[in-house]
Design a protein. Structure first.
Length: 128
């Protein structure tokens, strides 16, 4: 008698364990897929921005609207650092990550389309 009831409990336990295990696996698969999709989109964004040949004048205008508050009207630095010769220290990919990433507060992350991103890069390259 007691053996049959304990084996029923055991079955229950196995079933629950299996359910929980499957849920965890499913959850991990979903997380992984989201990561892959995001990663690809980021890469596509970077590649597209790098392919375009931006305009320094447009980038200058964009800079005056979004960046001067911290980097100064001539990009000589204020709260944020001087951006002259930043293109010699950082490659374009790193600059894109800096501008869109929001990884170094207080600098916010900017949502800039690839055309404007390439304009901004051109402007930063035009600084000596
Ligand atoms: C709220 C202030 C703020 C704004 C607005 C801002 N930045 Fe920054 N930025 C900073 C700070 C602070 C740093 C230094 C972060 C660190 O400590 O690494 C920085 C760093 C950078 C760097 C890296 C400099 C280096 O020498 O490593 C680049 C490039 C840059 N900013 C570009 C921009 C551009 C382009 C814009 C406008 C689209 C912008 N920033 C807007 C505050 C700001």
């Amino acid at each position: 008698m007691s053996t049959s009831s304990s084996s029923a409990a055991e079955k229950d336990f196995k079933k629950n364990f299996l359910t929980i295990f499957l849920m965890i696996v499913l959850f991990l698969i979903v997380c992984f897929s989201i990561f892959i999709v995001n990663h690809n989109e980021n890469n596509k964004y970077i590649i597209k921005s790098l392919e375009l040949n931006g305009s320094a004048e447009e980038g200058d205008a964009l800079f005056k609207i979004n960046c001067v508050g911290c980097h100064g009207i001539t990009a000589r630095g204020l709260v944020g650092p001087d951006l002259h010769s930043v293109t010699q220290r950082l490659n374009d990919k790193d600059i894109i990550k800096q501008v869109t990433g929001g990884l170094t507060p207080p600098m916010p992350s900017f949502e800039i389309d690839p055309v404007n991103m390439s304009n901004l890069l051109k402007y930063l390259h035009s600084l000596e």
